[in-house]
Design a protein around this ligand. Structure first.
Ligand code: ZN
Length: 226
């Protein structure tokens, strides 16, 4: 019933957090909206795929656990993995744009380059899955105020995050490290947008996912996709 207002509130909340982080504030401990007592939601969001093995293992876990998630796709990584991208869509997960190349100097080179990148990635996702994505996540995070306005003019909702599993913080993640970072960064938050990655080298993320799901389930969170 409240799904759409909740979605908007979370996007605004996350954008606010990113702004705070950008200006030297801390990501944690800022709640700008509240829901009825006992309402807890978690959005699992996976960036940087698709990859052949890791994305497949993550999809297996999500299917087994009956959890829907959101995948932010890098266009260049789709080639040769079209079937993986189709599987994400077929199994009911949400798809978003995360650039064609993930190369910051190309993506943010100019307004024109930014728009071309977002349009190319969206067109590729559409050509493979038949789904027109309306979600966007900035490669490298950050605020990018002008680009955010451009993405919104293109009809995209920019999605940030307010918790991380830590797989972007070290090249050699382990399951205990990922669980610890998840707990630390999600602590005290009733609405969690968790950043995870499904690139080829994120094997530990796929390994940790069942435990991450159990963690939130045990605390009474409902799993949502954007
Ligand atoms: Zn990324």
């Amino acid at each position: 019933m409240y799904k759409k207002p909740l979605r908007i509130a979370i996007v605004l909340f996350v954008a606010f957090l990113l702004l705070l982080a950008h200006f030297g504030g801390r990501m944690a401990a800022v709640e700008t909206f509240s829901l009825a007592a006992g309402e807890k939601h978690i959005y699992l969001t996976f960036d940087d795929g698709p990859s052949t093995v890791v994305t497949g293992r993550i999809l297996d876990t999500l299917k087994r656990e009956k959890v829907k998630a959101t995948f932010f796709i890098v266009g260049d990584r789709v080639y040769g993995r079209e079937e993986t991208l189709r599987r994400i869509a077929r199994e009911g997960h949400s798809l978003g744009v995360h650039s064609m190349s993930h190369e910051y100097n190309k993506i943010y080179a100019s307004e024109g380059a930014f728009l071309r990148d977002i349009r190319d990635c969206a067109a590729l996702i559409f050509s493979v899955t038949g789904i027109k994505p309306t979600l966007y996540r900035f490669p490298g995070g950050g605020t990018h105020a002008r680009e955010k306005a451009l993405a919104e003019e293109e009809g995209f909702t920019v999605v940030g995050w307010n918790a991380v599993c830590g797989d972007g913080e070290t090249a050699a993640s382990t399951v205990p490290f990922l669980l610890r970072r998840t707990k630390e960064t999600a602590a005290g938050k009733d609405n969690v947008v968790l950043l995870l990655h499904d690139a080829a080298y994120q094997k530990a993320t796929a390994e940790a996912l069942p435990a991450i799901i159990s963690l939130f389930r045990a605390k009474g969170y409902t799993f949502c996709a954007f």
